[in-house]
Ligand binder design. Sequence first.
Ligand SMILES: NC(=O)c1ccc[n+]([C@@H]2O[C@H](COP(=O)([O-])OP(=O)(O)OC[C@H]3O[C@@H](n4cnc5c(N)ncnc54)[C@H](O)[C@@H]3O)[C@@H](O)[C@H]2O)c1
Ligand SMILES: [Zn+2]
Length: 388
Amino acid sequence: MAIGLGLEVASEIRFSFQHRLFFSRGILEASNALLAEHLIPSSGDRRARALVFLDQGLLNKNPALPEKIRRYFLEYSERILLVDLPKVIPGGEAAKSEEVLFRLILAEIERNRLCRHSYVIAIGGGAVLDAVGFAASLTHRGVRQIRLPTTVLAQCDAGIGIKNGINWRNKKNYLGVFQVPQAILNDLSFLETLPDSVWCSGFAEAVKVALIRDREFFDWIERNARNLTTRGMAEVGDLIRRCAELHVRQIATGGDPFELGSSRPLDFGHWLAHKLEQVSEFKLSHGHCVALGMTVDSLYASRIGLLSVEDLERVLGCLSELGFSQKVSRHLGLEGEPLIDHLMTGISEFQEHLGGRLALTLLRGIGIPTEVSEVDAYQMRQVLRKLF
Ligand SMILES: NC(=O)c1ccc[n+]([C@@H]2O[C@H](COP(=O)([O-])OP(=O)(O)OC[C@H]3O[C@@H](n4cnc5c(N)ncnc54)[C@H](O)[C@@H]3O)[C@@H](O)[C@H]2O)c1
Ligand SMILES: [Zn+2]
C-alpha cells in the first residue's frame, strides 16, 4: 500500500486541447472545401469515413439536403467517404429526451462500424447536436465529432461549447460528457429557414453572455434589437460572432473548461430555465426559458438591493424588445403555490448538478456579475409569484 510509505507523486502533467470554430457560407456547397479539410484520413486509410445525422426540422425546410451532402462527398471522394445515407432525427427537445432515439443514434454508429478515427457529423439545432455528440463521445470512448449548428442559439452557444448530453428521468442534461469537437463550422445560410420563434429564441444566450461579460455588447444588442428580430442577417451574423467569441473565451481562459469547480457564470438564469422547460413539458423553448430565468434573477437581484432599478429596466426592456413574452402561465403544467414550490426545487437541483456549495450568478450591474451562495427564499418566492 502506497499510503503512509512516503512515496512521491511521480508526475503532474498538463494536457491541452484544440478548439476549432470556423465561420463560412455555403459549407455544403461542393466549391467549399472547409468541411472536407477537417475530415482527415487516418494513417493507412485512403479516405476519412463519416456518418451524417440531420435534424428533421431542418430537413423539412431543405429537402434537397441529403442530395447536396451526397454530391459534396462525391466531389471530394478521393479522400472522404460517406459511409451511409444521412440519418434523420426528430429536431427539438425530443431528440435528447427519448431514450429510444438515443439508442437509434448509437445503433447507427455501431452498424456503420465507425472507429475512433471516423467522424460523426451532426447538422441541426442544439438538441440534435447535444444527443448526437453524446452518442459519438460514448462510442469507443470517443468517435470524432464535427458540428454544423443550424439555429441562432446553436451557432452562438449550444454548438460551440464542449458539452454533450441528454435529458433523463425528466431531468434536463442529466446524462452527459465533455468532449471537444474536432471542429465547429458555423454557416449563417442555414438560419434562413428558421421559424421566427426559433430565430428569436437564440438571442437569450447572447443577452446572457453580454450581461455577465460585456456591457458594450449589451448596449449594441439593445440598439439593434429591431434589426435582429426582423431577421437582419448582417446584425445576426455580428451577434453570433461576438457571442461565440465570448463563449469560447470563457471556456478557454475562464480556468475551468470542464466545470470541476462550482462557479458557472455561463449558467446565469439557467437554474430556473431548466425547471421551466421541464414544467412546460418543453413547450417553452430553452431560449425563452433562459430569458425568463434572467428576468427572475434580475428582479430578485434588484429586490435584494444588488441591481439598480435603472439597470433592471434595461434588462427587462431589452428582453421584451427581442420578443420574449413574460405571459407563459398557460404553458405551465402547474399553477399557484404548487408551481412556486416546484420551481424553487430548481435551486437545489442546480446545486446538485454543479456539486459543492451553491454558486448562483447574479448581476450587480450590466456586464458586472457576482456570485451568491445563498438565496433568500422569501424574496425569490415573491418574485416568482409576481411573474407566474
Ligand atoms: N451543449 C450545450 O452547451 C448547450 C448550450 C445551450 C443550449 N443547449 C441545448 O440546446 C437546445 C436548444 O437548441 P436550439 O435553440 O438550437 O433549438 P432546438 O435544437 O430545440 O431546435 C428548435 C427547432 O428548430 C428546428 N430547426 C433546426 N434548425 C433549423 C433550420 N435551419 N431551419 C428550420 N428549422 C430548424 C428543429 O428541428 C427544432 O424543431 C436545448 O436542449 C438546450 O438545452 C446546449
Ligand atoms: Zn443555455
